[in-house]
Ligand binder design. Structure first.
Ligand code: AGP
Length: 367
């Protein structure tokens, strides 16, 4: 397979920039953009009849699944169990008959995810997978495949595969909500419109590059970074931290903002930047109070928000990265981009091997 970097310095940079296009391409498989309707899907189970959904995956794919839990539960009132595949496979989980399992993987070959999938097959529940590689083992062994169309992802740090996974999972959650009658027809139409808007908003996020490079220049000087978020921005904070540690080797942790006072607040001082992912949503004010706790201890806040959030955050942030107004459903897709860019440029400033970070493999096919 021959893929080149085009005009980009690294595959990671190229893959970050491809996102508006590949998200659009992926969504087009699930949605009719012009008609504002779903495309038919061949389903081995009926969302309306499910009691539970069990999700399992590793790394970034796991974090996409964790965001999915918020979506399925909030929109479709469908309870979701989710676990990291290396834990899932050995935990002797009781799987109820009314459950279906969903596995998320770019490669479709990750050993622990594949073992978890086989465990569910053996237990006799329907197995679905969101995979990027159509010819992969997971795709072959699933009852149904929900493909992402990210194209080949060469950079070891997953970027475009992640946002395409989110696009697919968001579509499935909205569809499940429609099937379960937990949203009205108007709400369903609105969710479809919001999904259709994701590629455009992702494109606008890319325009923040200059500002993000400047912030990355600061990050390249530090040893530790804390990422905070609530709701779907909590898994996203963990994804931001994972990206940064993978490519820059800077120690980073993602935490639920509300957990700050239960431990990590002890770390706050002027040397550790705190990146807060907080669009103006239902929990914004709660996150602002966490930012106040950080500010009161001399912490340097880097706030990633929207216009309204920037205007209403009653805290002095060291930097504020302002994204376009984004509907709740697709916010994780759009907010992933500045986090990826921050990690990328920090790594570039530090001179690490961005596409092939030390000690990492693109797909972990052994335990
Ligand atoms: C992400 O940047 C990682 N390199 C890693 O966590 C990855 O997402 C994980 O290994 C899962 O891979 P998969 O999607 O191919 O299953």
């Amino acid at each position: 397979l021959l893929v080149d970097k085009g005009n980009h310095r690294h595959f990671m940079e190229k893959e970050i920039h491809e996102q508006p296009e590949v998200i659009s391409h992926t969504l087009a498989h699930y949605l009719d953009f012009a008609g504002g309707s779903w495309r038919p899907l061949d389903m081995p189970f009926d969302f309306a009849k499910l009691d539970r959904l069990t999700i399992s995956a590793c790394g970034t794919a796991y974090l996409a699944g964790l965001i999915g839990k918020y979506w399925f539960e909030r929109l479709a009132r469908l309870p979701v169990d989710i676990d990291i595949a290396s834990e899932f496979r050995y935990r002797d989980i009781p799987l109820a008959k009314g459950a279906a399992a969903l596995f998320v993987s770019q490669s479709g070959e990750t050993a622990d995810t594949l073992a978890s999938l086989r465990y569910c097959r053996k237990a006799g529940i329907s197995v679905a997978s969101v995979v990027n590689v159509r010819e992969s083992t997971m795709a072959r062994e699933s009852d149904v495949v929900f493909p992402t169309f990210a194209g080949p992802e060469i950079g070891v740090a997953s970027t475009k595969a992640f946002t395409c996974q989110l696009a697919v999972i968001a579509s499935l959650a909205a569809r499940a909500a429609a099937a379960r009658g937990t949203i009205t027809r108007e709400e369903e139409k609105a969710l479809i419109r919001q999904l259709c808007d994701a590629p455009r908003l992702a494109g606008q996020a890319l325009e923040l590059q200059r500002h993000i490079e400047k912030v990355a220049h600061e990050l390249a000087q530090v040893r530790h970074v804390l990422y905070l978020g609530r709701d779907t921005n909590y898994p996203l904070a963990m994804e931001g931290a994972l990206k940064l540690k993978e490519v820059s080797y800077i120690h980073a942790e993602g935490y639920a903002a509300g957990e700050l006072k239960h431990g990590p607040i002890a770390l706050i001082d002027e040397t550790m930047p705190v990146i807060v992912v907080a669009p103006h949503n239902r929990v914004f004010e709660k996150t602002v109070s966490n930012m106040q706790e950080v500010a009161a201890r001399g912490g340097k806040i880097i706030l990633i928000t929207d216009g309204k959030g920037a205007a209403q955050a009653s805290v002095k942030a060291f930097e504020t990265i302002v994204l376009p107004d984004t509907p709740d459903l697709i916010a994780p897709i759009v907010y992933a981009l500045p986090l990826q860019m921050l990690a990328y440029f920090t790594a570039v400033f530090m001179g690490t091997d961005v596409d092939q970070p030390r000690n990492l493999a693109k797909s972990v096919t052994v335990e």
